[in-house]
Ligand binder design. Structure first.
Ligand code: ADP
Ligand code: GLC
Length: 470
């Protein structure tokens, strides 16, 4: 089957979070199954796009509201990612350093989606599936079935994967004229709660909807930022498919970003070497357990509680633990996390910013990784932690619930029920006990590292889903 993934992110082309990791890996595994999986993303001004060779495969003009703009679809020449990568360049709209965060993001992503469909509609053949990811590509299912100019591809199945229903991309009806012409009586398919809502529209119009873990699908029926009733109505076409990880990128045995590589047999020495190096850089003590957090500093990750959680834990156990944080996001949280450095120097440190290299070093060097998320559709950090022998401390929610089993239940992680200071500090206490039981700690590490979370299984699940649509 030929599958074209349309997304705002794709690792290593442009990454903000887990969406990039998924879109950068799933197609590779689909190709291994014999499919032809392709990816198309906007041509941002990123290092990958600047430093790799692309050739123009399509050059055209498109209408976008009252604007007539030129766009280009470029293909990466060497297939180095394991799939055909296409980037859509729209001058002045896509060619910026960041993926999101501009005042005209709505216009940017509408233009991108129109360009993608203008390109696909003139292919000599039809793809078997157009697979859209999150709200940035959520108008595609509607446009494919309803826009007059895309009538030739109106029979092509569309699939939506919801990576995070917290973000829906709503905008006002004053921007309706940006969309290519359709019968206005169909406007209801775009609408949710009085706005044009790309995510809601995709839930209505896509042939199938997937979410990135079975538990998150169930949770969304009661907690999806206003989309609950819609999801309940469309439940029959939804399925939860747990994400995998790219075991070629995330492999402590071959990871070029690590000072010392290791595998399940050499995990103790390997992790100690990486921990020592990391602690030297961040002025921490490698003889103590290292607790870490990596991620976007936003409420859904429980980041607003992190300063108090670490303050409390360091007050209680300051001479016996280290804490290291990597993340960026909310300014208030960033500020408070920085302040803790003055109080707990030598036991605590934080790197505010995005740094892929440091994240790999942390998965390898840490003993524990915290994820006190309020919402976690899947979560990839805990899967990377497992593969690198780092014990995840997670809230029982979404994908975390589906992938981490508590040590009290014969498992390999530390789980808690609520995103609260008390629950997390209690989990930290339990983790310290585990760390001090050296025999058990070593056994847990080995159990974790044996778990197979590669994309092989999930890629098959997607194949089964696409086949229903044929
Ligand atoms: P989300 O997509 O909601 O942010 P995930 O757990 O699915 O959460 O994926 C997060 C991805 O982003 C992981 O690959 C993680 O290592 C990475 N990441 C998050 N914040 C940072 C950061 N500050 N520096 C480097 N990598 C980060
Ligand atoms: C989203 C979710 C995260 C998930 C990722 C990849 O960003 O917040 O839980 O792992 O998408 O699907």
């Amino acid at each position: 089957m030929e599958i074209i993934h349309v997304s705002a992110e794709c690792y290593p082309v442009a990454k903000v979070g887990g969406l990039a990791d998924v879109v950068g890996a799933l197609p590779k595994y689909q190709n291994k199954l014999g499919h032809i999986a392709k990816v198309v993303v906007p041509a941002y001004d990123t290092k990958f796009i600047r430093e790799n060779d692309f050739e123009v495969t399509y050059d055209a003009w498109a209408n976008y509201g009252n604007n007539h703009y030129q766009f280009r679809v470029l293909k990466e020449k060497t297939n180095k990612l394991g799939f055909d990568l296409y980037v859509v360049h729209i001058q002045g709209l896509t060619d910026r350093p960041n993926v999101y965060g501009y005042g005209d993001d709505t216009e940017r992503f509408i233009a991108f989606q129109i360009a993608v469909l203008d390109w696909i509609v003139q292919w000599e053949h039809r793809p078997d599936v157009i697979h859209c990811h999150d709200h940035h590509t959520g108008l595609i299912p509607f446009m494919v079935t309803n826009s007059v100019k895309y009538a030739a591809i109106s029979g092509v199945p569309t699939v939506l994967t919801i990576h995070n229903a917290q973000y829906q991309g709503q905008f006002g009806w004053d921007k309706l004229y940006y969309l290519p012409a359709f019968d206005l009586w169909k406007s209801g398919l775009l609408e949710w709660d009085k706005d044009i809502n790309p995510l809601a529209s995709a839930i209505k119009c896509a042939w199938r909807v997937t979410t990135v873990s079975p538990s998150y699908l169930e949770e969304m029926m009661n907690n999806a930022r206003g989309l609950e009733s819609l999801l309940r109505q469309e439940r029959h076409k939804c399925v939860g498919i747990l994400n995998g990880i790219d075991t070629e990128v995330w492999n402590p045995e071959t990871d070029p970003m690590l000072g010392k590589s290791y595998n399940i047999k050499t995990v103790e020495a390997g992790k100690l070497a990486n921990k020592t190096a990391l602690c030297n850089v961040f002025q921490l003590d490698p003889s103590k357990p290292l607790f870490t957090f990596i991620g976007r500093l936003v409420d859904e990750k429980g980041a607003d509680l992190l300063p108090d959680i670490f303050y409390t834990a360091l007050q209680q156990h300051g001479d016996h633990i280290n804490v290291l944080v990597l993340g960026s996001g909310d300014n208030w949280v960033e500020g408070r996390l920085n302040q803790l450095k003055d109080i707990f120097g030598g036991k605590y440190n934080v790197y505010i910013g995005y740094n892929e290299q440091v994240s790999h070093e942390m998965y390898a060097g840490a003993d524990f990784l915290l994820m006190p998320s309020r919402v976690e559709p899947c979560g990839l950090n805990q899967l990377y932690a497992l593969r690198y022998g780092t014990v995840p401390i997670v809230r029982r929610i979404g994908g975390l619930k589906d992938t981490v089993v508590d040590i009290g239940d014969g498992g390999f992680g530390v789980c808690h029920d609520q995103t609260s200071i008390w629950d997390v500090t209690h989990a930290i206490n339990r983790s310290i006990e585990l760390y001090n039981d050296k025999k058990k700690f070593k056994a847990v590490r080995k159990t974790m590292m044996k778990i197979d979370h590669s994309w092989d299984r999930a890629a098959l699940n997607y194949t089964e889903l696409y086949q229903i649509l044929k």
